[in-house]
Unconditional design. Structure first.
Length: 372
């Protein structure tokens, strides 16, 4: 079996594709995979690291500004729309796949479109509650549209839909709370985990700092916080607020979290953005959360992701326009005030989890290809 995968631009599109490929490779080791990614996308690093071959096309999205620079970029995008289709068609013909799987991002558009024109069965996976433009445009060309959440169904009315969930790493599913706390040197006080992504979100860093500093001074909570690549100011900000992280044993302040399964398992409350994969991991672990959607993403999809949990009683939301240190402290104290409150959030979060997404997606692949 030969499988072509297309998705990129962000980890939220790349990691699901890698998870799908990894699972199928376990089930059918003789399968041949090829990824198509954007020439300058992070997939050029992540896909080879995972042991898969990748080919490249050049594609970009339209800018929503009328500045001279944006107009010039949009003219380039128009040209790339045609050239990327020709590049994709050439790669597809050379590889001759049995099926094409798109996981979103600009790059999946020309690949899935050209594959369908060539008569290759195609399926797509949508990670968000509010679908991206690319997947909505491709829906009528594919055999199946796989969704992460029920909330996305109304946007694909004329498509053949199956809810599969988002692929979740095995370590997330098996991590144990007490074992993780012991390994991290944590006691029985409430544990808060907060992060704004690998680059760091300045407004999250600034607003969470008040809560972290208060914990450093009164010892009420234990706090793990990752401030990201551009958040190097955070430790000094804590010192300005009266809490030196080097002298506060209940604070674990670091640039990145490389052991997320352990940290999330140990946490009683998660404060984060509302990216689709992060939310799937939060649900899989049944973690109460305060979600701060990024306003700087296409179609404001993180807000819709967050509201799916809020409406289910699984999380609270603070929109960035309302974000402040006081707002974060108020929400955190309210959610952590009783074990009963936390347990309800946790139960509702876990009810939303789909922990066998890889298996469901593989079943769709087999169904489309008429495999036993």
């Amino acid at each position: 079996m030969k499988i072509l995968l297309a998705g990129g631009g962000t980890a939220g599109h790349i990691n699901p594709a890698l998870a799908i490929a990894g699972y199928i490779r376990e089930k059918r080791p003789d399968t041949v995979f090829l990824f198509i990614g954007n020439k300058d996308g992070m997939e050029q690093r992540l896909v080879p690291q995972a042991g898969f071959e990748i080919r490249s096309i050049t594609i970009s999205g339209f800018k929503r500004s009328f500045s001279p620079k944006s107009v010039a970029e949009n003219l380039k995008t128009v040209k790339r729309t045609f050239s990327s289709s020709a590049e994709a068609k050439k790669i597809i013909r050379e590889f001759s796949p049995d099926i094409c799987i798109g996981t979103g991002g600009y790059v999946s558009g020309p690949v899935v479109r050209e594959a369908s024109k060539l008569g290759i069965p195609c399926i797509i996976h949508e990670q968000n509650a509010y679908p991206g433009v690319t997947n909505k445009m491709l829906a009528k060309r594919v055999k199946k549209v796989m969704l992460a959440v029920e909330a996305a169904k109304p946007y694909f009315k004329d498509a053949s839909i199956v809810v599969t969930g988002n692929p979740v790493r095995g370590e997330i599913l098996t991590a144990d709370k007490e074992a993780s706390r012991k390994k991290l040197g944590l006691d029985q006080r409430p544990v808060i985990l907060s992060f704004g992504g690998s680059l760091g979100a300045q407004k999250i860093n600034e607003s969470v700092a008040d809560l972290v500093a208060r914990s450093g001074k009164n010892g009420r909570y234990q706090h793990i916080h990752a401030y990201g690549k551009f958040g190097g100011f955070f430790p000094e900000l804590l010192k300005e607020k009266g809490a030196d992280p080097d002298n506060c044993p209940n604070l674990d302040i670091r640039p990145y979290i490389d052991n997320m399964p352990e940290c999330m398992a140990a946490a009683d409350l998660v404060i984060s953005r509302a990216g689709a994969i992060t939310l799937s991991e939060i649900q899989a672990m049944g973690k109460p959360a305060i979600l701060i959607p990024s306003p700087n993403v296409a179609e404001n999809h993180q807000y819709h992701n967050a509201m799916a949990l809020v409406n289910a009683g699984a999380a609270e939301i603070i929109e960035e326009s309302d974000l402040s240190g006081e707002a974060v402290i108020e929400k955190a104290d309210s959610m952590l005030e009783s074990e009963e409150t936390l347990a309800k959030f946790s139960e509702n979060s876990r009810k939303m989890a789909i922990t066998n997404a890889n298996e469901r997606i593989y079943s769709v692949v087999k169904q489309v290809l008429n495999l036993v």
